[in-house]
Design a protein around this ligand. Structure first.
Ligand SMILES: [Zn+2]
Length: 281
């Protein structure tokens, strides 16, 4: 169906999903930043199949004893499983790095102190403190008005080639939409601070604990903590799977996050649309 017309809502299969909290295991002290971040990421992802998944750590800004960047646990390109990506903040004390990932209480604490974090960025990152970790639900506290537009220009005819589905295939929560069409220019759904997680993958951190992911992009912008306005160009639709996952045709895999986890996009207000979950992903 095209997203210019208001489609009849499909029967909403209301998902009530709880994300299990990952064990907060302390990583061993590390003098090497990249190794310290990789250790922390492996600690946070409880999936036992992750041992052979490569980690891509990008310390985009480092100054003195502080660093901020992105960490992605990849999957094989073409795999039905998608990569897992987090922002990280790190502080070096007595020669060893302490790492906090997006979604951990320590992340907000470091974001409040780090001199390498800009003022506008700091205001958004300190909200991502993991307070709701372990009790994330699709209800978003009952307020589902995201203040977001669809990730393309008004007046363009785009097609939703995939209704609500998981970040990684059918896995709940159904956070993601597949969109393509028009001028194929993918735009920020709301103002925020943008990060390139991996080639083809941009995350924008918004206010009120929301964030949006855009994957499979071609010609993606390369940013780390850049302020973007609503409608800022992020890249073109594409089929990029550099950090893993699959894309059968050109599109943007657009996903909603809140409080550092993917949340069901169903019933959330996005532009003039309120996506509804279908019977299957
Ligand atoms: Zn998708």
């Amino acid at each position: 169906m095209t997203v210019r017309t208001r489609a009849a809502a499909t029967i909403a299969a209301l998902l009530s999903t709880t994300i299990a909290a990952s064990p907060a295991t302390a990583a061993p002290a590390r003098a090497d930043l990249t190794a310290a971040v990789a250790d922390r990421l492996h600690d946070r992802v409880s999936d036992p199949t992750t041992a052979d998944r490569a980690t891509v750590v990008t310390p985009a800004r480092q100054h003195g004893d502080w660093a901020i960047g992105t960490a992605v646990l990849t999957t094989r390109p073409g795999s039905p499983d998608f990569p897992d990506g987090r922002l990280f903040l790190a502080r070096r004390t007595d020669g060893t790095w302490t790492v906090a990932l997006e979604g951990e209480p320590r992340f907000a604490e470091l974001a409040g102190q780090a001199p390498i974090v800009g003022d506008a960025e700091r205001a958004l990152l300190v909200q991502h403190d993991g307070r709701h970790d372990g009790q994330v639900s699709t209800t978003a506290g009952g307020d589902l008005r995201t203040g977001m537009a669809l990730p393309f220009a008004v007046g363009q005819a785009w097609t939703m080639s995939g209704g609500p589905h998981g970040w990684s295939g059918a896995a709940a929560p159904w956070s993601s939409l597949d969109l393509a069409g028009g001028d194929q220019r993918v735009l920020a759904a709301r103002a925020g601070t943008a990060y390139t997680m991996c080639t083809g993958w941009v995350r924008v951190i918004h206010d009120r604990g929301y964030a949006t992911d855009y994957y499979h992009l071609w010609n993606n912008i390369n940013v780390n903590g850049a302020a973007v306005g609503q409608g800022a160009f992020l890249g073109n639709t594409g089929t990029d799977v550099t950090c893993g996952g699959s894309a059968s045709g050109r599109h943007v895999h657009f996903a909603l996050r809140q409080n550092n986890a993917y949340v069901g996009i169903g019933d959330h207000n996005v532009g003039k649309w309120v996506p509804q979950n279908g019977a299957s992903a």
